[in-house]
Design a binder for this molecule. Structure first.
Ligand code: NAD
Length: 504
């Protein structure tokens, strides 16, 4: 029996909540109970085009506000994020399924990127050269682009939208956020907090929707830039359509992240690091470690024995169960797809060290999976090649560090990787030779802090420009370079017209 009232959500446009007009809705579920908790409006092309028009008006005003005044709003927004952390964490947990403590962690990482964006006055400073020739001074400035959009995935309902959009607004753009239709609630809370912080109407809008809304954003001529985060298949399609429509596009996709464990590494440390990095958030992180690559049979046997023991102690439970290490996966389809990957891996010859397909849980209707560990996985198996977005993790055994580096470099993804070792020389070889965008050494999840750039290589990212750090400023601005000369009043130009190319 349905226990919760099903809310009908809205968009947030031009400073107010706006009901959906398309007549199309998506269902939002609580993955911990399987209950439908809300209906989210799915915007039509016409609705999206209307938001773009209003955002364009918002941009006209906001881009003229001094950067100091813009940053005042960011300071207030930051304070409100801190004040509303519990409320946001509950909203994330309820519709995403991650534990409250994990959700709180994601909000903290989001706040880091607000801290960085508060430095916009410094980051927007251009370059200036005096007397580049003929008493001409040359300087550059970073101008906002106009209306920009962020299209977000379900797995970080607050961190990704905040990281993607705050700098965009700080540098003077107007933002349209298209959250995942699976987790729309926290984006509406963020919109409310931006308004309360004093952001003028039209500068930060939320349009809910699915492919139709995304396509409308990608084809509207007044959308200047698209920052997308999601699966590789959609990231590639968004990149292609967006660039074809002359937009600046950065599209972050999926990953298959490895932890290499050297024979000299401390096995207990490596196992503990693997547990959190691999199974945290039910493995639904783009930077989750999916593959352990122990080097040498002895290392592998010791690592798998200890890991199996610990994996069987992990507790999966409701998002607000304080004892739970992680919660359910996002949907019944996601659960079925993870089970299918495990079944196929066993058929292909992988050895099941821990089986999480039938967990004992309090609520049978939730989308729970306990941790699964598959040993002796080989590179021809599907479970090695594809991103599995759920708690089924694998072990691939190799004999040397070089073999580990080669197989990671051959993989189509290149998001994150980490090495556990006590050897400086191994670490140096690894960090130098590995073809991956975010690299750790004795760090479980090498996700960069808010003031460093974030982004994968290969098919984990399409387009240029990274998230988080200084690249965000470059992505959301265009550079103008001015060459300027001023004559004094007594100036009398007696020179002839010069037809040669100017030089200093
Ligand atoms: P997804 O690709 O299904 O959805 C992402 C966004 O795209 C959503 O807003 C969705 O509404 C929209 N969308 C879905 N299908 C579309 C289509 N056919 N055309 C246009 N838009 C479409 O991804 P998800 O399941 O929400 O998120 C999980 C994926 O995101 C994983 O693959 C994960 O690795 C990846 N991810 C990557 C990063 C990163 O930084 N590289 C960060 C977080 C998540």
């Amino acid at each position: 029996m349905q226990k919760t009232e099903v809310k009908t959500l809205t968009h947030f446009i031009n400073g107010v909540e706006v009901e959906g007009k398309s007549g199309r809705f998506g269902d939002v579920f609580n993955p911990s109970t399987g209950e439908k908790i809300a209906k989210v409006p799915l915007a039509s092309t016409e609705e999206v085009n209307e938001v773009v028009k209003l955002a364009k008006e918002g941009f006209t005003h906001w881009s003229k506000v001094s950067v100091g005044k813009r940053v005042e709003v960011l300071h207030k927004f930051r304070a409100l994020l801190v004040e509303n952390t519990d409320r946001l964490a509950y909203a994330i947990g309820e519709e995403n399924g991650k534990t409250i403590s994990d959700a709180t962690g994601e909000i903290t990482r989001g706040i880091e990127s607000v801290d960085f964006a508060i430095g916009a006055p410094h980051l927007l400073k251009g370059e200036h050269s005096v007397n580049v020739g003929g008493e001409i001074n040359s300087y550059s400035m970073h101008k906002p682009l106009g209306v920009v959009t962020c299209i977000a995935p379900f797995n970080f309902p607050v961190m990704v939208p905040v990281a993607m959009s705050t700098m965009a607004v700080a540098v003077g753009n107007a933002m349209i956020l298209k959250p995942s239709e699976k987790v729309p609630h926290s984006a509406l809370i963020l919109a409310e907090l931006w308004s309360e912080a004093g952001l003028p109407a039209g500068v930060w809008n939320v349009v809910n929707g699915d492919k139709e809304a995304v396509d409308a954003l990608l084809t509207n001529k007044d959308v200047m830039a698209v920052s997308f985060v999601g699966s590789t298949k959609v990231a590639e399609a968004v990149y292609e359509k967006g660039t074809k429509n002359h937009k600046r596009v950065q599209a972050f996709g999926g990953g298959k992240n490895n932890m290499v464990i050297m024979p000299d590494a401390d096995i207990d440390t490596a196992v503990n690091s693997f547990l959190g990095a691999a199974y945290g958030a039910a493995s639904q992180r783009c930077m989750a470690i999916s593959t352990a690559i122990p080097v040498g049979e002895k290392t592998a046997d010791a690592f798998v024995a200890k890991l199996t023991e610990k994996v069987n102690e992990l507790k999966v439970g409701k998002f607000d169960d304080q004892e739970a290490d992680f919660g359910p996966v996002i949907s019944a389809e996601a659960k079925a797809s993870v089970i299918k990957s495990i079944d196929l891996a066993i058929e292909e010859g992988a050895v099941l060290a821990a089986d999480g397909r039938n967990p004992k849980v309090a609520d049978e209707n939730g989308y729970y999976l306990a941790p699964t560990l598959l040993d002796h996985v080989t590179t021809d198996m599907n479970v090695y090649k594809e991103e599995v977005f759920g708690p089924a993790r694998i072990v691939v055994r190799v004999n040397t560090l070089e073999q580990a580096i080669d197989l990671i470099n051959e993989h189509e993804y290149g998001n994150g990787v980490t090495l556990y070792t006590n050897s400086g020389s191994a670490a140096r070889t690894f960090t130098d030779q590995i073809e991956v965008g975010m690299v750790g050494v004795n760090v479980p999840i090498p996700i960069p802090v808010g003031y460093h750039n974030f982004g994968g290589w290969k098919r984990s990212r399409f387009g240029e420009g990274q998230m988080f750090g200084p690249d965000t400023v470059r992505f959301f601005t265009k550079t103008k370079t001015v060459s300027e000369r001023w004559f004094d009043t007594s100036y009398n130009d007696e020179s002839k017209t010069d037809f040669d190319f100017p030089s200093s």
